[in-house]
Ligand binder design. Sequence first.
Ligand SMILES: [Zn+2]
Ligand SMILES: [Zn+2]
Length: 171
Amino acid sequence: MDSLFETINKIINSPVWTLALYVLAFCVVVLWLALVLWTYKDARKRIEDPVVVAVAVLTSLVLPFMGTVVYAILRPAEYLAEVRERELEVRAMEQELQIMRACPSCGELIKPEYVACPNCRRTLRTTCPSCERVQEPSWKLCPYCGYDPRTRRVPPPVDAVPEFHAVEGRE
Ligand SMILES: [Zn+2]
Ligand SMILES: [Zn+2]
């Protein structure tokens, strides 16, 4: 018993033990400061308000370890960059929806190039009976082949060259 007690006493009083305590204390302090730095870097990526970032860093500094743990529990789940990216995606989707129109019959979303509604089969735009290209509702005749719905025929081809001659002749 006595010898064991003496041994413990010797270890505690030895310079090696003192050195070990100092090294341990140094490591704890380094870890604490590293956690404060980590809190600062992490909070800046997640929190926009600089005051809230300062509060998080101060908590981590004043309450060693515990403050960082509390911050890690309460911090926003998403990075600011992720939030911004999602907002951009939502905006892009909204724009796409605005470009799309609703089918007058069933309300299905219709892309501008659709000729018919894929849901209720309603014809949305006609195609030219002559050249089969898609026609805008406002067109009075097919600008591609000249088909006229009133006369129901394609006018005979006109020679475009004399018109250019006429323009030249006027000058
Ligand atoms: Zn429809
Ligand atoms: Zn046509």
